[in-house]
Design a protein around this ligand. Structure first.
Ligand code: HEC
Ligand code: HEC
Ligand code: HEC
Length: 140
């Protein structure tokens, strides 16, 4: 019996503690809207940066516009609204993009130009005017 208790303490308790720790130490990522992402969640977790860059190159260099990996769409589903109803930047501390990136020590400059809130309530105009200045027509 004593051996059994010891075995329990040695194996089960650390495992449970470890599981709890694992949950608490990862980033807390706000949930996206709707039922699914633009691709498998697990795929998005690992490869969103590649798809975003690809989409950007297709649009900016080749003039191809699709919505699947559009940054605007990410913001539509992944940006949160504060308790007072005002939109919060998707890249603010604790918000979707920053939640993981701060944890992984990644810095992105995307939202210096792209709107970080739905409906372009902040800097949407900048990306748009840059595009217009570059002679590209804008969508949306
Ligand atoms: C200096 C300003 C600037 C920065 C910084 C920037 N972009 Fe852009 N981006 C633009 C402009 C201008 C366009 C063209 C807009 C259009 O034609 O709709 C564009 C287009 C895109 C597109 C294609 C349009 C869409 O949403 O489908 C994607 C995707 C994109 N950028 C992603 C990114 C990502 C990811 C980053 C950060 C790593 C980034 N951009 C940083 C200015 C910028
Ligand atoms: C139609 C709404 C919608 C759009 C558009 C969307 N997502 Fe998602 N996304 C979701 C949902 C729902 C999930 C799964 C639930 C969750 O974990 O948030 C998810 C999950 C994710 C995850 C994994 C989150 C985690 O908890 O590990 C990443 C990363 C992600 N999305 C990035 C993006 C990017 C980048 C874009 C734009 C190219 C995008 N999403 C566009 C709804 C969306
Ligand atoms: C589930 C966690 C998670 C979420 C949520 C997330 N990212 Fe990331 N992102 C990462 C990780 C981890 C890396 C670094 C990957 C690497 O270095 O290989 C990264 C890298 C990137 C990069 C490349 C940065 C560089 O300089 O190499 C871009 C661009 C990017 N993410 C955009 C976004 C945007 C935009 C959002 C919000 C719409 C977002 N990510 C949300 C985890 C996440």
């Amino acid at each position: 019996m004593r051996a059994l208790v010891l075995l329990f303490v040695l194996l089960v308790v650390p495992a449970a503690a470890g599981a709890q720790e694992g949950r608490a130490s990862g980033p807390v990522i706000p949930k996206g809207k709707g039922t699914q992402c633009v691709a498998e969640t697990d795929y998005m977790r690992r490869f969103h940066m590649i798809e975003l860059t690809h989409q950007r190159d297709e649009t900016v260099h080749r003039g191809i516009r699709t919505e699947r990996y559009s940054l605007k769409e990410c913001v539509e589903c992944h940006a949160s609204v504060g308790t007072d109803g005002t939109p919060i930047s998707i890249n603010a501390p604790g918000q979707f993009c920053a939640s993981c990136h701060d944890y992984a020590a990644v810095t992105i400059d995307c939202f210096q130009c792209h709107a970080s809130k739905p409906d372009g309530s902040d800097q949407a105009g900048l990306a748009r005017s840059l595009a217009v200045a570059a002679g590209m027509e804008t969508v949306r």
